[in-house]
Design a protein around this ligand. Structure first.
Ligand code: SAM
Length: 282
C-alpha cells in the first residue's frame, strides 16, 4: 500500500514539539518543521497511519510499553559524530588527567579510572576514548579502567556496542592505529572494520536520558564527555543537565562540553579551564 504523506499542520507540529521537548529536552524551533515531518513520516508509513495527528494519538493511547515513543525518539535525534572529534580533549586526558591519576596512585591513590561519554551516538567518541586509554602506557593490566557510554537513542547504542564502523570513518584515526585497534571485515563486511576486543572490553553501554531527574548511575567519574548535545537543549535544560553531570564528578574531575557549547554561565561548582573543559575543585 502506498499513499502520499500530508505535510504536518501547525497544530500537529506544535503537539510534537511539546512532546519531544518534555521527553528528550530537544527544543525544535519552527525551522525544523520539514525535518520533523520527513523523519516522522517514516513511522507513519511503518504503522500505516494517515496523518501526524493519528500518529500522535497512537503514541499517547496505543503505546502502553513505550516502544513507539522510543522509535520516535530514535527518529528525531541527530547523531553526527566522528573519531577523535575536537582532539584537544583527548590530548588533555593523556597529558593532564592520566598522568595526575598515576602520580596519585604512586602515593597510595586508587589504580582506577572512570570515564563517562554521556551522548555517545554511533560510538566514535567512546572508542576514541578507549584508544586514548590504551595508548597511555602506564595503564598496564593491573589498572581498573572503565568507560561508560550512554545515549537516549537505542539504535545508535546498539550499533556502538557492536563496534562496527565504515572504513572511511577511520580517516582521523590513521593507518597505524587502525591496524592496532580494528579488524578489517571481509565478505559481507568488506569496507567495514570492527573494534578489537582490547577496546571493546573497556566499554559498557547503557541507555540514559540526560533530562531525567534520576540517573541509574552510582559511580563518580574522573572525566565526563558530554559533547555536542547541549546545542539541542534550551538554556534551562542545559543548566539542569550540566549541574546534574557535575554531581557525578570525582573531586578534581573534568567535564568536557562541545566546542559549540560555550555556555554563557559558569556552572557551579566547576571552574572553566578554557576549550570547554571544566574542573571540579579537589
Ligand atoms: C550530535 S550527537 C553528538 C555525539 C558525540 N557526543 C560527539 O560529540 O561526536 C548528539 C547525541 O545526543 C543524543 N541525545 C539527544 N538528546 C539526548 C538526551 N536527552 N539524553 C541523552 N542523549 C541525548 C543523540 O541521540 C545523539 O546521539
Amino acid at each position: 500500500m502506498s499513499f502520499a504523506l500530508q505535510t504536518i499542520s501547525e497544530d500537529e507540529f506544535q503537539a510534537f514539539q511539546h512532546l519531544i521537548y518534555t521527553e528528550t529536552g530537544i527544543a525544535l524551533n519552527d525551522s525544523k518543521r520539514c525535518l520533523l515531518s520527513s523523519r516522522l513520516g517514516k513511522r507513519l508509513r511503518a504503522l500505516q497511519l494517515n496523518d501526524y495527528l493519528e500518529y500522535y494519538e497512537y503514541i499517547l493511547r496505543r503505546d502502553a510499553d513505550g516502544t513507539e515513543m522510543q522509535e520516535m525518539i530514535n527518529c528525531i535525534t541527530t547523531n553526527k559524530t566522528d573519531f577523535l572529534r575536537e582532539p584537544h580533549h583527548f590530548e588533555f586526558l593523556s597529558t593532564r588527567l592520566f598522568p595526575a591519576i598515576v602520580r596519585k596512585a604512586a602515593t597510595g591513590g586508587p589504580r582506577k579510572v572512570r570515564i563517562w561519554c554521556a551522548a555517545s551516538s554511533h560510538g566514535h567518541e567512546p572508542y576514541s576514548l578507549a584508544m586514548t586509554v590504551r595508548e597511555f602506557a602506564p595503564f598496564e593490566a593491573s589498572w581498573d579502567v572503565r568507560i561508560l557510554a550512554s545515549d537516549i537513542d537505542t539504535n545508535v547504542l546498539a550499533r556502538a556496542e557492536e563496534g562496527v564502523f565504515d572504513v572511511e570513518d577511520l580517516a582521523p584515526v590513521g593507518d597505524l592505529r587502525m591496524r592496532r585497534y580494528f579488524d578489517r571485515g571481509t565478505g559481507a563486511f568488506a569496507g567495514k572494520v570492527r573494534a578489537k576486543r582490547r577496546l571493546r572490553e573497556l566499554l559498557t553501554f547503557r541507555q540514559l536520558n540526560l533530562i531525567e531527574d534520576v540517573w541509574p548511575i552510582h559511580a563518580k567519574f574522573d572525566a565526563i564527555f558530554c559533547r555536542n548535545v547541549m546545542i539541542y537543549f534550551d538554556l534551562p535544560t542545559q543548566r539542569k543537565v550540566v549541574e546534574h553531570l557535575v554531581r557525578y564528578l570525582k573531586p578534581g574531575g573534568f567535564l568536557m562540553l562541545g566546542h559549540s557549547e560555550s555556555i554563557q554561565w559558569t556552572p557551579s561548582p566547576v571552574q572553566p579551564l578554557g576549550n570547554t573543559i571544566f574542573q571540579l575543585a579537589e
